[in-house]
Design a protein around this ligand. Structure first.
Ligand SMILES: [Fe+2]
Length: 380
């Protein structure tokens, strides 16, 4: 289910929600549509279209009214018709970079779309095997992929598990850097870890810098006993520095604050930046504690804690209208919040530079929005 809130002129114009018309939904209506993938992870603008995306799923085009137009394969130019849920938009060039991964070869594919939503470059990625690649990152000249030890497992697939991927000790963890419009990946060995989400990346003269939420270990599964472990470990924002001239990677933990859903301002994507935002989790590693704002230059972390029992989702940075170019944090942080005391949700708005100041606005919704994954601010 996609949720949309329309803000204009300082007030909320509308809230609506719609199911994406997948095969499963059509079947409930007695109709048959193809293909059969869910759509529950992210909503992005691409060219003039809005897309609803899912991990290794089919992109569904939806309207601004959230009605499903249908699967979108870009005129047949998206072989297999699938795309992962984490494309990146370069607001400076208008390009969108996207990828997908698969349990069979090619294990990774990568595309560049121009500002009209047309594919201008595509290549396969020489990933070492069928690894889970949930997210990636981009810089001005490069795209950055992660070949990490959570790997497709045929026995789990044969057992009918919906996510047949698990931690594998013998898989060498690597980060790969490919020129934005290139075909050859330069790989850097790193210590074992897993990453769901990147915060951002940028390049200097000879180095690519990647900031990502790093887990020491995640998604271990014991086949004989059919039990998961390492399902919930703490994730800490970590800076990887990849020196292109030497092929050597180093890493530094930014802060021991347990976070996920990291985001930056759209204009900061792929460029040197100072501020990032994320959800912070409780020590139980399941429920949210509040939001965190990272200053990547000073290392400072500002933390805002919500009321006990409430839950927040991914925070988006929205620039203030009229903000001067280059003022990265002149704007707002907006995020969905579930208010436990009222059993309903709201979209809350805070000044980006004063996370712990009073909320400067909220859209009180008539219902509860279940905890979700990702969203975006789209100027129509
Ligand atoms: Fe995600």
């Amino acid at each position: 289910m996609v949720h949309g809130i329309h803000l204009e002129g300082g007030r909320a114009v509308s809230y609506r929600n719609r199911y994406v018309r997948t095969k499963a939904l059509a079947a409930e209506e007695g109709a048959e549509v193809d293909p059969d993938t869910p759509s529950n992870t992210n909503v992005i603008p691409l060219g003039s279209k809005l897309l609803s995306l899912c991990e290794t799923g089919v992109p569904y085009e939806i309207t601004t009214e959230l009605e499903t137009v249908g699967p979108q394969d870009f005129g047949g130019n998206l072989p297999g018709g699938t795309m992962s849920a984490h494309p990146k938009f370069d607001a400076h060039t208008g390009e969108t970079l996207a990828f997908d991964y698969n349990w069979q070869e090619p294990y990774g594919r990568y595309w560049v779309f121009d500002s009209d939503g047309e594919i201008t470059h595509e290549t396969t990625l020489d990933v070492s095997g069928p690894v889970m690649m949930h997210d990636f990152a981009v810089t001005q000249s490069y795209s950055v992929f992660m070949d990490l030890p959570v790997v497709f497992d045929l026995e789990m697939a044969m057992a009918g598990m919906t996510i047949p991927y698990r931690w594998q000790d013998d898989h060498q963890a690597r980060i790969g850097v490919i020129p934005r419009h290139g075909d050859t990946v330069q790989w850097f060995d790193i210590d074992p870890c897993f990453v769901f989400h990147t915060m951002n990346a940028y390049e200097t003269a000879d180095t690519v810098v990647l900031d990502a939420v790093r887990y020491d270990r995640l998604l271990s599964y014991d086949l004989p006993s059919r039990t998961w472990s390492d399902m919930f470990n703490p994730g800490y924002l970590t800076r990887f520095e990849l020196t292109l001239t030497t092929g050597v990677a180093s890493q530094t933990e930014v802060a021991e604050v347990n976070v996920e859903f990291p985001r930056v301002a759209d204009l900061a994507v792929g460029r040197p930046y100072q501020h990032g935002y994320s959800v912070e989790f409780q020590p139980d590693l399941v429920n949210s504690r509040g939001l965190a704002r990272f200053d990547l230059e000073s290392g400072a972390v500002e933390r805002w804690e919500h009321a006990p029992g409430d839950l927040v989702g991914e925070p988006l940075f929205v620039p203030r209208q009229g903000a001067a170019p280059g003022t990265e944090d002149d704007g707002y942080v907006i995020y969905p919040i579930y208010r436990a005391a009222e059993d309903r949700s709201a979209l809350e708005i805070r000044a980006a530079g004063e996370l712990n100041g009073p909320a400067i606005g909220s859209v009180e919704l008539p219902c509860r929005i279940p905890a979700g994954f990702h969203g975006n601010w789209v100027g129509l």
